[in-house]
Structures are given as C-alpha cells and as structure tokens.
Design a protein around this ligand. Sequence first.
Ligand code: HAS
Length: 548
Amino acid sequence: IAKQDRSLALWNIGTAYVAFLIGTLMGLLQVFVRNDKLDLPAWLDYYQVLTAHGVLLALIFTAFFIYGFLITGMSKSLGNYSSKVRKTLWIGFIVTLIGTIMATVMIISGEASVLYTFYAPLKASGWYYVGLALYVVGTWISSFGLIAHYISWRKAHKGQLSPLFAHMTIATLILWIIACLGVVATVLIQYIPWAFGWVDTINIELSRALFWYFGHPLVYFWLLPAYIAWYVVAPKILGTKVFSDSLARLSFVLFILFSIPVGFHHQLNEPAISDFWKYLQVVLTFMVIIPSLMTAFSMFATFEIAGRQKGGKGLFGWFTKLPWHDIRFTSLFVAMAFFIPGGAGGIINASFQMNEMIHNTMWVVGHFHITVGTPVAMTFMGLTFWLVPYLTGRQFTKPLKKLAFIQIITWAVGMLLMSTAQHILGLLGAPRRTAYTGYNNHPSTLEWFDGILSNHVTMAVGGSILFLSALMLIYIVVQLMFFAPKAETEEEFVDFPMAESDMSGTPKWLENWWIWIGIAVLLIIAAYAIPLTHLIQHSIGSIGFRTW
Ligand code: HAS
C-alpha cells in the first residue's frame, strides 16, 4: 500500500500502544490496591486509577488499533486512498486524538474519576464529556473517510461484490455509527449541560439506558475487527481459503441487526424499566449469540480443512498439523480458545435470572477480561507482529519471534489466573467497582479469599505477569517500528496475509446495506421506543433515583 497510507496507519497504531502502556500500568496498580498491598499517594485515588485503566484500554487502545488495522486493510483490498480520503482520515485521527488527550488530562488531574461507564450521579468536569464527544466525532470522521473510499470502489466496480475485508469493515463501521448515537445523545443533551451547571438535574435512568444502547454494541465494535482477522487472516496463514464467503458476510450482517437493541441486558437489575422490555431484549441478546456460534463453526471447519490438506489423518490428526510454530497463528488460536469460556460467561450474564447472581460482582470483571482483554486484545497483539513490520518495511526477526511467543504465553497464563480468581470471587459475592472489596475486613467477607484460586495473591500474581507481558509487547512494537533491520529480500519482507474468498455462490443482497440498516432501525424502534418514552415521561418533575 502507498507510503502515505502506511504512515497514517502507523500513527494510529503507535497512539494505541502509548495508551496500552499507561493503561496496563494502571491495571497493575489496581490489583495491588485491591490486595491492600499498596497505598496510593493522596493525589491519586483508586477510582482515578480504575477510570484511567478502563478508558485507556477499552476505549482508546482499541479504537486507535482498530482504525490502524482497518485503514491498512481497506487500502490493501480496495486500492490506495485518494488525497481527499487521506485528508479525511488524518482529520479523523487528529480529532480523536484531541478528544483522547482532553479526557486523559481530566482523569489524571482527578477531575473525572467516573469510570469508563461514567454513570450519573457521578459527575466529571464538563471538559471530560467534551473530550468524549470529540473522540466519537473523530472516529466518525475516520469512518466516513473509509466509507467514502468504499463507495468510490463500488461505483468503479458496478454489480460486483466487494472483497470480504471491505464488506466486514463497512459492517463494523455501520454498527459503530448507529451505536454512537446513544452516547452522543446522552453526552450532548444530558451530561454537558449538567456538568457545566446549565441545568440542575439529570435523568439518571435515561442516561444509563442511552449509555447501554451504545455500550453493548461497543463490545462488538471491539470484537468484529478480531473476527475480520479470524475469517480473513487466519486461513491465509493456514494456507487455505475462507471456509464460506456467504457465511462470513451473513454473520457480520447479523451483528448489525442484533448487537444494538440489547443494551437492557446490562440493566436487568434496574427498577425503572419494566420486565417486558427487559425480557424482549434478553431474547434479542440470544439472537446476537448466533453469529458468534457461526464464527466458531467456521473456524473449526477452517482448521480441520487446513490440517487435512496438510496430511492430518483420523478424527483429530489434522489438529497436530496446524502451524503451531507460527506465532501469527498461535496467537489467534489462543485468543479464540479464550472466547469459548468468555462467550459462555456472556450467555450466563444474559440469562435474566442468573444475572441476579453475577451483576455488579467481580464475575463481570472476569468476563470482560476473557472477552475484550484476551480474545480481542490478543488478536490485536497477533496482528501487530506482522502489521507493524508490513507497514515499516522492517523484519520480524527470529529473536523477536521468540519473544512474541513468550509474550503470548505469559499473557494467557496471567489472564487465566487473574480472570479465574475474578470469576470465583464474583460467585462468592465480591463486589466490583469498589475499593472496599472486603467490606472493611468483615470476617465473613474475608472467607471469600481463602480459596487457592479465589485468592488475592493469585490475582496479584496474574496481574503482575500480565504487566510483564505488556512490557514485552511494547518492546516488540518499538523494535518493529524503529530498530529492527529493514527487509531487503522478498523472504525478509513481511506481507499482509489476506485469504482468498470464493464469492461465486454469495448472494448479492448480502451487500445491500439499506436492507440491513432498515431492519436494524425497526428492531431498535421495537426494543427502545416505548421504554425510552417511559423514562423520559417519568423524569418530568420527579425526584429520587431518576433525577439528581
Ligand atoms: Fe459481555 C458485560 C453478555 C460478549 C464485554 N461484557 C460485559 C462487560 C464488558 C463485556 C466489557 O447479558 C462489562 C460492562 C460493564 O462495565 O458493566 N457478552 C454477553 C453476551 C456475549 C458477550 C451474551 N462481552 C462480549 C464480548 C465482549 C464483552 C465479545 C468484548 C469484546 N456481557 C453480557 C452481559 C453483561 C456483559 C449480560 C452484563 C453483566 C452485568 O450484569 O453487568 C456474547 O456475544 C457471547 C457470544 C460468544 C460465544 C463464543 C463463540 C466462540 C468462538 C471461539 C471459537 C474457538 C475456536 C478455537 C474455533 C457464544 C467464536 C478452538 C479452540 C479449542 C481450545 C478447541
């Protein structure tokens, strides 16, 4: 891809890793504070650290990395960007960066210790919300740049299906734009006027509902780029084709339909939404599991086909033929393996009755560390190993490959220890989002921490291993960006692995976006119009938990 497109992608990825470094350091502080092994200085409090950890890793690292990856893949699959699109992508990057810096400065200065969910009545400086708004606007500008590139490709290739990578990218961006409408509405109409003191009250239940309208599809905005890698990159590394082009496209389209009208499954314990609407959204949540099960099926099929092509015999002989020595594959495989318990945990969370047991406990923290923290983050790590040298024209040298293996293994071990402890502690009743995990050392709560796995030490060891692993990753990224030797021969050059996908049997309507956007809007109206109207009506003139 063109040199200018490479530097655009590299700036995005570089920013992502700066956020990753600070975010993981905050994670390390966190486990030690929760263990009572560290007293933070007076100017730094637990919630400040927790906010920085969540925002920098979940919102900033992910978004910049995702745009770095999508910008590269769209240029590779549809051709170099026009100067207009390139300019748009730069503006998008800069606006997102300004928003990020504003929000981060507010967090560091102690003006925004409101956690990444920024639930009212927790109140931050108005500038924090302005920063968040700019962050969203910046990502939208980048998204529109990529969509414009896609539209000009479609115009030049009338009647043709776009390459699979482009189809998946557009689905991800449509999902993101529709999802952000909720957070933009609550930030602009509710939080900013309230935080700057222009109004005295805020409708809390409405703000939470609008947040989760955004917050759940947000997790699929993280997941879908990882799925792009699983569908498009993994088969190429395995030396085979995409298992089914139409299955892959359909699964992405299903995410547009079902990932948004499900936000209430984060609010099943909240009083202001009636059971009927919660139940409806629980049913829709079970629909959004289907494209992930299709993905799991497709991945197993790809592995088996590749293993058998390489001579694997018998029921499981193909398994041993997979390229385990290739970190580009192994990292993706370990990421997928983590998503089996991660997804199963999600199904538990979404089950109305079982949610009673796990809501607001450490279980949820365990859940998101084995969804976004491993399947997604580890896929991004696995992509980094070839994406950065592809963009810089440097070599992924043997010592770096070895270190990459250690990094992936340590991340997996650290996450296994920490998230298992978190899941068990959650089942025992340990709360999340609080520094007072032992209820001031009350004897009955201290029993939670007696188990071997549900032990504070296990969590701290896990957290420390994770931080070491993060440092190794940063070392690899810095080497691949600035110091590894330049690739001279074809063998040394690191390519973008993009598998062939047979589109001959793919129906054209899978790429008719208006159909999918239309159905998504209808589902959103069905799931949200009446309960949101109730929340707005009930707030008028009311006091108590709904307004503050
Ligand atoms: Fe979740 C809470 C339900 C997926 C992230 N989730 C969270 C929070 C985060 C998060 C960050 O219904 C906390 C929010 C907060 O701060 O309060 N989640 C689900 C469901 C799914 C799900 C039903 N979550 C994710 C993903 C995330 C993520 C993905 C990030 C990327 N989640 C919930 C609910 C809550 C929740 C409730 C609220 C809890 C509460 O009360 O607060 C589904 O999408 C999961 C479907 C996935 C599968 C797995 C398919 C498996 C695959 C891998 C195949 C493996 C292979 C390898 C091929 C069914 C694709 C073979 C390997 C071998 C070893 C053989």
